[in-house]
Ligand binder design. Sequence first.
Ligand code: ADP
Ligand code: MG
Length: 185
Amino acid sequence: MIEVGNLSKHYGNKAAVDDLSFTVSPGRVTGFLGPNGAGKSTTMRLILGLDRPSGGTATIDGVEYADLVEPLRVVGALLEAGAVHPGRSARNHLLYLAQNQGIASRRVDEVLDLVGLHDVAHDRVGGFSLGMRQRLGIASALLGDPRVLILDEPVNGLDPDGIFWFRNLMKYLASEGRRSLSPAT
Ligand SMILES: Nc1ncnc2c1ncn2[C@@H]1O[C@H](COP(=O)(O)OP(=O)(O)O)[C@@H](O)[C@H]1O
Ligand SMILES: [Mg+2]
């Protein structure tokens, strides 16, 4: 369960998030709906401990993200500006993430298959299209087989087939009892 209680974030005198409360239950795909600048990405950064709230709390299964022992195994995240070394291959990028978190390299090949990047696994990420980068970001989020997924604009750059694939993937993961949180796009 993701629990957000009276969460606020101010940048100077501007309120990016203002007294927001909600819960995300297991097995549910929950979307944020709101125009640009509504505070969707900020809320996700606050849940992920990448920014400090001005007030309120955000917890995952009762603890703050920073207190999770093996965070990649609990929460998978895809944020807007996914930084990937352009000279690295997709597979090497994932292997690097996996090694840092004690995840078996077998899992890297599983997620490459899952997101449809198997055939380009050894290509430089620098030559990837936006949709392929987005698939790589989704693969990174799935690497630790997390119970919770937090995805910001996950279908950005995906073609209609990709969007269809992504929706089915979310339904499938939710049916296994996971939670995911993403802005509806
Ligand atoms: N690091 C930051 N510094 C200053 N203002 C920010 C920062 N991040 C977000 N904001 C502001 O907070 C508001 C919410 O932004 P954001 O969460 O990115 O919205 P959304 O993802 O819904 O489009 C916007 O007005 C944005 O300009
Ligand atoms: Mg955003």
